[in-house]
Write a protein that binds this ligand. Sequence first.
Ligand SMILES: [Zn+2]
Ligand SMILES: [Zn+2]
Length: 378
Amino acid sequence: MPRDYYEILGIQKDASPDDIKRAYRQMAKKYHPDVSAESKDVAEAKFKELSEAYEVLSDPGKRQTYDQYGHDGVKQQFSGGGGFSWNDFTHADDVSDIFGDLFGSIFGNSYGRRGTVQRNSPAQGESLRYDLEIDLGDVFHGKTVEISVPHTAACTDCGGNGGKDGKSETCRQCGGQGQVQRVSRTPFGNMVQVTDCPECRGSGRTSKEKCPKCRGSGYLNVTSKVTVNIPKGIEDNSRIRVPRAGDAGHNGGPPGDLIVVVHVKASQDFKRDGADLWTTVKTTYPRLVLGGEETVGTIDGETVSLTIPSGTQVGGVLRMLGKGLPKMNLGTRGNMFVRIMMDVPQKVSAEEKELLLQMDGGAGKKAKPKIARRKKSD
Ligand SMILES: [Zn+2]
Ligand SMILES: [Zn+2]
């Protein structure tokens, strides 16, 4: 957080322009790196801080904005993770312009979305992200979805130039360049800065009267229906780009894109591994031993018969060819792997119990359970 500009210059909030100039000269002499008694780093930092404070407070417009918004306004403008969105810009009051200029001039272009790029050159609009959740059935069948996308569009009344009835003229202050050179006098010479034109905010065009529909911004907030085709077999976290469905372009540039990020919900019945599916089927002990049939639900929604070979172990895996998901753009399908588990009954009838005991004995086990002596029969 930078220090208060008034404090840096050692002046009161109601200081006159002359006071500010005088204070700056005094302090600048003291802290100029060439003459300062401080170490070079400290002197440079102080001098930079000082120049920044003077830059703002010596300009009546900037001073007013600073008084109104303080450093918080600045911080907000720069904390967006490197991205100024168009909304930030169009709704920005003078703060962003002022501090854009300011930081541009003092710190070079390191903060700069603007940098040396001409702001009045056509630029693509912002791309938008939309997160779409689908289920495994949608992956199997493919899906067409219509989504509502809020975005900006060029104002229909002014065609995007922000002037009433679309009227605009070349900015007189910058001659349509969108940028102006400004010379600041310092006690040590002139500092030349190239900044966005304050009159046209860098667009190179001005309008006498603002378009009432978009309040001069040239943009409207609209919601469009966009149809997105989800191909069969799509992987989780895939991105589908819908060209030009994003925010409106700047200065006649094309709109941004819409990026649909597809999330595939986990399924209770199947675990996915690429185009292959995994599922579990429970069968009985006799079928494991002797072999038999089980039914399995597939991703198609069908029930198919699965042959359990004799001697199948618990946890064994059987493969059902071509019963997996479609492979994108190939027209073929992956496989379904079925893990065989055993259904152990919690309750058995007397007959079943008898049979189980016989089986157990028949298998050559010496230890007979006590329960064997309490048989009903005989
Ligand atoms: Zn308009
Ligand atoms: Zn201009």
